[in-house]
Design a protein around this ligand. Structure first.
Ligand code: ST9
Length: 607
């Protein structure tokens, strides 16, 4: 297979979600901050981006895996073949402007359109896509920086395409960010000197931009322990003077590049601050509010990681579908006794059909989850940012579902990619096909930006318990309204019944867990992931059924054969999920209710 051909996109389903289900032409485009973007522009942009990703991102997907990053031992990392050209083409085509707001010179696409675009980029070459984080850091400087910080950085990042990083992790501070030891010593005004060693820094160095802007968490002298004692600093590779001109090399040096299982083209670096040269940084916004500031970046990255997983499953599914339609092996199972029976394409085998529909329903279900979540983000901005009651309700809903996007999408896709490979038989295990690389490139998604259990704790303690279940209840109410609306719709009776049962099970799971948590928080430790998965499956099942309602209506009037087949496929995905996934929530409920603390009592030596 050619290196470019690995990426198979599904723009038809993206458009189905955006324009037929979420109806963003009515709900998002033309409103508030998105006043100037219309449906035609959004469709053209995504169609163009798809072509661009095929031509420039997909083409270096393999070289990014096979040709190692260069590292000179003096802080400088060189990119694999094709990466620099692809980044140059990306900026030359103005694709970075798609999600930038108009006041920063962008086209003002809402999150729905931007995350749809991200699916295309992350699916065609995730390692390369990460190098584009600088663009988002410009938004952070714009939102949080002082006027002086904006003068130094904003136009530089935007016009010169500087890189950006998020710098939290240290050798002994991974999930436990608050254990970070990097220190910051006040110099004057908002300027500090930083010292410490940071680890696993994505994009720590690369040889495309002239400068890289690191957003670093460090503890100022005298600050308290834990995350609340951390502040966020802008630490550039090259110092930037007050007039925005480039100054001397700053003391933030890459001192190692990790050799990883996957996303090898993405430089994951150890970053040493203040060892050989002083490392100067500016306190973001002149305010000690580091962890809250950094969570603006983390939330974006968590959404990005969940979307990357979904995008990987989608292209893996479409690759395995293509293979299953071409590969002939064995006779039809019903004629297997007849040794002279004709050989059939493997898509004719029931087990392969099951594997294909399993992937299809999850790829479409996860896309529906991601784009629905993005539509909530659209509304936060349209309703006036974070400052009014309506916007706050959408913001709380976005907070509630982000752990599903990040935690569930990454875990489920990790499991399902093995099934994508299974369709290929032994051929899937070799590098002639992209699935083995997909598996290696995707596994990281369950780990970085907060492991799956961090997402489960975030969901249970912060997004449900601390909120006294209010946002969860609103969400369950919305799902209930869909169930009620399906009364009498015979074609979706199976879906209605499965959703009704799953809805009741999830309600009972949360009620039961509140009681169990009163007895011991260890119950959340044991059952948290299961709770996260149960809610995610309910929400995905719901979104698939909402899509099925639309598909049912459109199917009735569709004249083109391709449209009829597409809507039949949507109905089939929803039905498969309702029959094969939603009933599993009942089992999860039983296991959660029966969950005990036995393992805590077992001696460590017994493991
Ligand atoms: C990493 C980098 O992993 C990986 C690279 C990813 C690259 C992604 C790139 C994305 C895309 C780029 C391309 C763009 C192209 C776009 C093109 C589009 C067309 N929400 O519970 P407490 C805050 S980096 C909001 O007491 P502990 C809050 O301020 C490493 N805020 O925590 C809170 O205070 P309060 C990532 C939250 O026990 C404060 O924290 N590392 C949330 O002190 C304290 O909260 C991680 O993710 C939240 N959900 O600390 C760390 N939670 O309560 C994982 C907390 O007063 N560890 N805050 O509001 C954790 O998350 C831990 O739970 C912990 C615990 C550190 C928060």
């Amino acid at each position: 297979m050619s290196t470019a051909a690995h990426f198979k996109s599904n723009l038809r389903d993206i458009f189905f979600n955006l324009f037929e289900v979420l109806d963003i032409e009515k709900t998002s485009l033309g409103h508030g901050k998105y006043a100037t973007m219309d449906g035609e522009t959004a469709r053209e942009a995504l169609t163009g981006l798809e072509e661009f990703c095929q031509a420039h991102f997909a083409t270096c997907f393999v070289s990014g895996d096979r040709v190692p990053l260069g590292f000179d031992g003096k802080g400088n990392v060189t990119l694999p073949p094709g990466f620099k050209d692809a980044l140059t083409a990306y900026y030359a085509g103005g694709w970075n402007k798609l999600e930038l707001p108009e006041h920063l010179g962008g086209y003002g696409a809402p999150p729905t359109v931007a995350w749809a675009g991200f699916e295309l980029m992350g699916g065609s070459n995730a390692a390369l896509t990460f190098y584009l984080l600088g663009n988002f850091m410009a938004k952070i400087v714009d939102a949080l920086g002082t006027d002086d910080q904006k003068t130094r950085y904003l136009q530089n990042i935007l016009d010169k395409h500087w890189g950006g990083t998020m710098v939290l992790t240290e050798p002994d501070a991974g999930s436990d960010v608050g254990a970070g030891l990097t220190r910051a010593k006040h110099v004057a005004g908002d300027e500090y000197l930083l010292e410490g060693v940071k680890r696993f820094i994505t994009n720590g160095d690369f040889d495309h931009p002239e400068n890289i802007v690191h957003m670093v968490l460090a503890r100022p002298e005298g600050a308290g322990p834990g995350t609340k004692g951390l502040s966020m600093f802008i630490v550039p590779k090259f110092w930037v003077e007050a007039d925005g001109s480039l100054g001397a090399r700053n003391g933030a040096f890459v001192t190692n590049v990790e050799h990883k299982m996957g996303i090898k083209g993405s430089s994951t670096c150890e970053l040493t601050l203040g060892a050989d040269l002083p490392c100067r940084g500016l306190l973001v916004g002149g305010k000690h509010d580091g962890i809250a500031q950094m969570f603006r970046v983390i939330e974006y990255a968590r959404m990005g990681v969940g979307t990357k997983s979904m995008a990987t499953l989608s292209t893996a599914y479409l690759n395995s579908l293509e293979y299953a339609k071409q590969r002939k092996q064995g006779a039809d199972l019903a004629k297997a006794a007849d040794k002279a029976a004709p050989r059939v394409e493997i898509i004719r085998h029931p087990d392969v059909r099951r594997l294909l529909m399993l992937q299809k329903s999850f790829a479409e279900g996860l896309r529906a989850l991601v784009l629905w979540t993005a539509s909530i983000q659209d509304q936060v901005e349209i309703k006036g940012g974070h400052d009014n009651a309506d916007a706050k309700a959408f913001d709380a809903l976005n907070d509630l579902v982000l752990p599903l996007v990040k935690g569930y999408s990454s875990e489920k896709v990790c499991e399902l990619l093995a099934q994508s490979l299974q369709v290929f038989g032994g051929s899937g295990y070799i590098q002639d096909y992209p699935i083995e690389q997909y598996i290696r490139d995707q596994k990281i998604d369950t780990l970085y930006e907060g492991t799956t259990h961090i997402q489960a704790q975030d969901l249970f303690f912060r997004k449900v318990a601390r909120d006294r279940g209010q946002t969860l209840q609103r969400l369950l109410g919305e799902i209930k309204a869909t169930i009620d609306g399906l009364a009498g719709v015979d074609a979706l009776a199976v879906e209605r019944e499965a959703l009704t049962k799953a809805h009741a099970d999830v309600g009972a799971i949360f009620m039961g867990m509140m009681g169990k948590t009163m007895q011991s928080v260890y119950h959340v430790g044991f059952q948290g992931n299961r709770v996260l998965f149960a809610l995610a499956e309910l929400v995905i099942g719901w979104r698939l059924v909402v899509g099925a309602q639309v598909a049912l209506a459109k199917r009735a009037t569709a004249t083109a054969e391709a449209d009829r087949a597409f809507y039949d496929g949507k109905l089939a995905s929803a039905r498969f999920f309702a029959k094969n996934v939603l009933p599993g929530i009942g089992l999860a409920r039983q296991l959660i209710e029966a969950g005990d603390l036995d393992l805590m009592a077992l001696s460590d030596d017994a493991f």
